[in-house]
Structure formats: C-alpha cells, structure tokens
Write a protein that binds this ligand. Structure first.
Ligand SMILES: Nc1ncnc2c1ncn2[C@@H]1O[C@H](COP(=O)(O)OP(=O)(O)OP(=O)(O)O)[C@@H](O)[C@H]1O
Length: 453
C-alpha cells in the first residue's frame, strides 16, 4: 500500500534513513527537520501518516506540542512517535494524547515497516467504516407518518433530554433499538458512547463479565459495557432474558451508581443512562417470580410502547421506499419500482417479525430481481408464499372446492375474502377501503352486512 508519509526528525541522518527504508517499500516520503517545516509540509498536502521525533532540537514546538497541534487540525491523521532511549515515558504519554504508536531508536527496518503498515491500515479501515456509514444512509430517523409512529416520535422528543430511565416495550423487530438510538442521538449525551448489550444472546455465565468487565482474571481483562458506556447510554436489549443473579446486581448498580468488576474489589463509579427493552410481558413474569419487581420499577421509570407494524400499516409504502433506497446504495444495485399488487400484498400482511421482516423481504425482492428488466415493476408473484398467503385464496374457509359451488355462493365467498383482506390492509378503515375498491362507503357497509362480515 503506497502512501504519502512525512518524516519529522531534527537529525538529518535519521530522517534520511527512515525515509529511505520507507521509499524502498514503495511509499512516497517527505521530510522535515522542525515543527515549522512539518506544519508547512502538512499545509501543502495532508500526508497519510506522520513519523514524529519526540525531541526536536531547535524547533518552535517540540514533538509532543507538535502532536497536539496536528491532532487539533487533523484528528484522524495517524502519528507514530520516534522515541530515543530514555524517552519511553514521554512516548507513552504521546499515545494518551492521540499518537497511534511509538518506535524506539535504534530500530530495525522490519519493525519500522510493520508499525507504519499497521498505522496506515488502521487509518484506512477507520475511513472505510465512516464511508460505509455514510453510504448505508445510517440514520436514526424513524420513518413513517402514521399516528402511532408520530406518537412515538413525540414521546422520544419529550423524554430524551431528561436523564430518566426508559423501557421500550414492543415486539421483536418493531424498532426498539432504533428508538433507543434516536433517544441517545437527541439527548445531551449524544457525543458520548451508545453501547448495546443483548441479554438474549449472551450466556448467563458471560453476562456479568459483559456488563461489569473483569479485573485481571487470569489472562482475560475486559472492560464491561457499563464502563464503556460512561457518559453515554447503555441499551439493555431484552432484559427479560437476564439471569436472576444479574438482575440483582444490576439493581444494585442502579441504586448505588457504582459496581465492582468481576474478580475485583475496587468500586467503579459510572455515569450511564440506561435504556432497556422487552418484547415479553414483564408483568406476567413478575407475577411468576421470574423478573424482579423492584428492578422493573427502576428500569421502567418511563415505559414507552413501540407499536407492532400491523398497527401502522399505512407506514408500509414509505418504509418500503426507505429500505429500497438504503439497500440500493448498500448493495450497489439499480433501484426498482414495486407494482401496486406487490405493495397491496405487503400492506395486507400481518408481519409477525415486524419492520425487520419487512426490510428482509424488500432486500430479498431486490436481490431476486436484480438481473431483470429494470423498468418493469416488481410483481406480487415474486413474494414468498407465506407473505402472499394473505391474499384471498378461494375458497379458504369452506372445505369445498370453488368449482363445486354454484356461481352465487362462489361469488359471495370470493367477495367476503377479498373485502376482509382489503379492510385488514387499510387497518380496518372502511372509508379508505371503500375509496380503494371503488365503492361508496355506505354501499360497502351494506355489502358487508349482507355478507355477514
Ligand atoms: N420507524 C423505522 N424507520 C426506519 N427503519 C426502522 C424503523 N423501525 C425499525 N427500523 C429498522 O428495522 C430493523 C429492526 O429494528 P430494531 O432492531 O430497532 O428492532 P427491535 O425492536 O430492537 O428488535 P429486537 O427486539 O429483535 O432486538 C432495523 O434495521 C431498523 O433500522
């Protein structure tokens, strides 16, 4: 990986030696003997990596001061410090101030090359992650205009600025984590970390290590999620799956605002806002003694309901559009139009897996049809059978095949199934159903009555 590297050292022979080794590896190198020369070179063109001597004799700024200055202007530019014998402590201090690593003089060429390659690779990965985040259109905006999602949005705006603990209650895939991220993003902790712990995917034995971390427990040393989330938000996903011992410990953290690492004795104080979530009926679990009532009251200071997708079907068209855009940019495929029939099926389905399941289906459709004619709309027959099943299959409730029925009965059966599916699609709204199927509202009412619906 050829890169532009700036070597800053007051000793000319070291400068030239380092630059020579790196040039032999195919890198483009520039050199500077003091801080003014270095800043001028950076201003001319920002290099990909700086190699910076800690001692810069006869220079306006010494190595550490120059590091601070560089980090102020280019926080993402990686800097490797060159330390002489006896300046190791300063080198360690430099790392705390943002340097990537240090190399001690005298050094072997291999070691210099390795450290530089690593610094360049890490910085490249960081840039790629940022870029991917941008391209994936990752945002914490809740898409939708239904009364249900508007209500949720208002609740988020109202509760985000306070520090109160929130419990998000809603079925799997309904957007609880997204809501938690949205709360964090508009809270006054937004510049702090958002750390997510999924209680359902961690074994009970690992749970405490994940949450509290360990203090030199043999070879393992781990910073726990609570510590990681200091000055930010800790999202505890599916709290109902937390083992009872962990429940007791979490309760103590909430009461004392401090905890001990696994195998440790020191009390660690943290400032963390906890947002928790559950898809289960915690009240029933409390009644059965499977969840602590005192913990529930501490976590659910503000309970917020996240509605299932079946209660906000009117959001389905905008959600589909939103996911299409997202997937098209992520996967790098051409956008497609969804036919009215496919949209009708998607809107009529019950979505037990909620928004996540809808997103998966949009992705599947786009991938399946990527080689097809880009202008033709995607039709309903491409949807998997379990999604298409909501469309009236005639006859559904009768045991008899439709061909065994006289026309009047077959027509009535069809009308009943068709109307039920359409009404369900419009969330039970008769006016909107009537408008779509092209009937007067009063006529539809009469029809439903005559069909015994
Ligand atoms: N209102 C929304 N607008 C846009 N995308 C959404 C919305 N709600 C959810 N999503 C997307 O749907 C997917 C599932 O959401 P999320 O992970 O937040 O659900 P969850 O309720 O936390 O699920 P689980 O309980 O299984 O952890 C994510 O890709 C999320 O970005």
């Amino acid at each position: 990986m050829a890169s532009d590297i700036l070597v800053i050292d007051d000793e000319e022979d070291i400068r030239e030696l380092v630059a020579g080794i790196l040039s032999d590896e195919g890198h483009e190198t520039r050199t500077a003997g003091d801080s003014d020369g270095a800043l001028a070179a950076i201003a001319e063109r920002v290099p990909r990596l700086l190699l910076l001597d800690i001692w810069l004799q006869g220079s306006t700024l010494d190595g550490l001061a120059l590091l601070d200055k560089v980090k102020e202007i280019h926080p993402d530019l990686p800097v490797v410090m060159i330390s002489g014998h006896g300046t190791i402590e300063t080198a360690v201090a430099a790392i705390k101030r943002g340097a990537y690593d240090f190399i001690e003089k005298p050094f072997k060429a291999d070691r210099l090359i390795l450290i530089c390659e690593r610094a360049l690779e890490t910085s490249k990965l960081k840039r790629e992650v940022l870029d991917l985040k941008k391209r994936s259109g990752e945002s914490f905006d809740l898409v939708g205009n239904s009364p249900a999602i508007n209500h949720l949005r208002q609740a988020i705006e109202r509760i985000a600025p306070s520090n109160s603990r929130i419990m998000l209650i809603g079925p799997s895939g309904s957007g609880k984590e997204l809501a938690a991220r949205a709360i964090h993003a508009v809270s006054n902790r937004s510049t702090g970390p958002f750390v997510s712990v999924n209680a359902a995917s961690i074994t009970p034995e690992r749970m405490e290590i994940e949450l509290f971390g360990t203090e030199s427990n043999g070879s393992e040393r781990k910073v726990g999620a609570l510590e990681e989330a200091h000055r930010g938000t800790l999202y505890l996903d599916e709290v109902a799956d937390m083992p009872s011992e962990t429940q007791a410990k979490i309760l103590r953290v909430l009461v004392d605002q401090q905890f001990e690492r696994v195998g440790g004795t020191k009390r660690v104080k943290v400032d963390v806002r906890i947002i928790s979530s559950t898809a289960r009926n915690l009240e029933a679990m409390i009644a059965d003694g499977r969840f602590r009532e005192d913990l529930y009251h501490r976590l659910a200071v503000v309970p917020v309901a996240v509605p299932p997708l079946s209660e906000r079907r009117e959001d389905i068209p905008v959600l589909v559009e939103h996911f299409m855009q997202q997937i098209v940019t992520q996967v790098g495929i051409k956008p497609r139009r969804l036919g009215d029939d496919a949209l009708a099926v998607l809107q009529a389905h019950d979505w037990p897996g909620n928004i996540r399941q809808l997103r998966n289906n949009v992705e599947r459709l786009l991938i399946l049809t990527r080689g097809d004619d880009g202008d033709a709309p995607i039709t309903a027959d491409l949807l998997p059978a379990e999604i298409g099943d909501v469309m009236p299959r005639v006859p559904t409730q009768s045991d008899q095949h439709i061909m065994a029925l006289p026309l009047r009965e077959a027509r009535e059966l069809f009308e009943k199934e068709y109307l039920l599916a359409q009404i369900n699609r419009f969330g039970g709204n008769i006016s909107r159903t009537a408008e779509f199927i092209g009937m007067e509202r009063s006529a539809l009412h009469r029809k439903l009555k005559s069909l015994g619906v």
